[in-house]
Design a protein around this ligand. Structure first.
Ligand SMILES: Cc1ncc(COP(=O)(O)O)c(C=O)c1O
Length: 409
């Protein structure tokens, strides 16, 4: 850790933009050419990260008004944004259309009608990718998001049974399919299998429905370490294997018919992020060492409670490595709830109050997937590092604001 970072106010997330660029370059090498890559802002919508990925050539996948605002503020052209999500408020679709977004992922006939109304009201034409929930799950998925009863997409069997309900409307035109089969896969065979299944399903649906597939979004699921030491996997054979399977199902893809697209949040952002947090107290309880830190589930790992992520046992690196280690320790945050525990029975640096610890690989689903409003502690600073130097520091603020006149006497 650099001397500059040892001195920063904590808790703090540090985002290394060079690492974002490295992850992007590695993922691009793993994808067939030509293809588009969407950055899924849900992993980390910090504007500096979003801007680096825009400059690197990504498009933006957003699923809320907040993510759309960040993407546009970061300089994405509205036509390079794909607006996704299984449930969208009318007002959010209308605002997105007004902002110039023309590409949407829709999950049902109702979703198509909603988009049609919004586009017609604005006098424009929108295009939709129909999100598909395949009949069976893909093998080896990290987090099952398809092939089971799900809010995501329309069941493939439903589309085949009633294709007329999923077709063009006057102002919302069918432009392809969107499949997202699972997440956090580090194995090339599993990734190839799920993309192969996705492409075959899209082919079957296109033939049955007569869809002119202009865009085929095959999703993602590229794995990365979370809060553990390690590096992102490389996929040396994936691009060639995907090219072969696309040749079979969509022979025109090499000429952009259709445009093939992928999405990633975790792989692109995970390794850029480190959480710096200090030890608040050290004691023993019933024979076990207990470390109480400045950060708990309010700053990292809130989603593990929602089973969005595996249970947390973050690796905690001492600022000066190599010192003595405590075994069988409890690592807790500062919140007044027994749920605020990152690990039990784990090994950790033998730290003193005030010592600095670091959790690696938390650039994706770190701060933005945590219970930041729970118990009112200040949020961590977010420190952006470029070329080894701190480039900017900022902090999100949670504020209460009146939302209508009845609040103002
Ligand atoms: C449709 C869609 N795209 C992209 C992502 C991002 O996944 P990851 O961060 O694992 O790359 C998700 C995650 O749930 C998703 O549902």
């Amino acid at each position: 850790m650099s001397d500059q970072l040892r001195e920063v106010e904590t808790p703090a997330y540090v985002y290394d933009l060079d690492e974002v660029a490295r992850a992007h370059a590695l993922l691009r090498q793993a994808l067939p050419a030509p293809s588009e890559l969407y950055y899924s802002l849900k992993a980390n919508p910090h504007p500096a990260i979003v801007a680096v990925l825009r400059e690197a050539g990504c498009r933006a996948e957003v699923c809320s008004p907040g993510e759309l605002r960040v993407a546009l503020d970061a300089g994405f052209a509205a036509e390079d944004v794909l607006y996704t999500g299984p449930g969208k408020r009318d007002t959010d679709v209308v605002e997105a259309v007004k902002a110039g977004v023309t590409w949407f992922s829709v999950d049902s006939p109702h979703g198509i009608d909603q988009l049609d109304r919004a586009a017609a009201d604005q006098g424009v034409e929108a295009r939709f990718l129909l999100r598909v929930n395949d009949t069976t799950p893909a093998l080896g998925q990290g987090l099952t998001m398809t092939g089971v009863a799900s809010q995501f997409g329309a069941d493939a069997d439903w589309i085949l049974a009633e294709p007329h309900r999923f077709g063009d409307r006057d102002a919302a035109r069918a432009a392809g399919f969107h499949l997202y089969m699972g997440s956090n896969l580090s194995d090339e065979d599993a990734l190839t299998a799920q993309f192969g299944q996705a492409a075959a399903t899209a082919r079957r649906l296109a033939d049955a429905c007569g869809t002119d597939v202009r865009v085929l979004d095959l999703g993602g699921g590229f794995g990365a370490p979370f809060a553990r030491t390690g590096d992102i996997p490389v996929f040396p054979t994936l691009a060639a294997r995907l090219a072969d399977l696309l040749d079979e199902s969509f022979p025109g893809w090499r000429h952009g018919e259709p445009t093939v697209a992928f999405e990633s949040g975790r792989y692109l952002a995970a390794t850029c992020g480190t959480l710096l947090t200090r030890v608040l107290d050290v004691k023993r309880s019933q024979g076990k060492p207990v470390l109480v830190l400045e950060s708990g589930i309010n700053h990292l790992g809130g989603m593990s409670g929602l089973r969005r992520l595996p249970p947390m046992v973050p690796h905690l690196h001492a600022a000066t490595p190599g010192g003595p280690v405590l075994s069988d320790a409890i690592i807790a945050g500062p919140l007044c709830t027994p749920l605020d525990t990152w690990g039990r029975g784990v090994g950790v640096a033998d730290a003193r109050p005030g010592d600095l610890l670091a959790v690696p690989n938390v650039g994706a689903y770190g701060l933005y997937a945590s219970l930041v409003a729970f118990l009112g502690h200040p949020l961590p600073d977010e420190i952006v590092v470029r070329s080894g130097q701190i480039a900017e520091t900022s902090r999100l603020e949670l504020r209460r604001e009146p939302t209508n006149d009845s609040n103002r006497e």
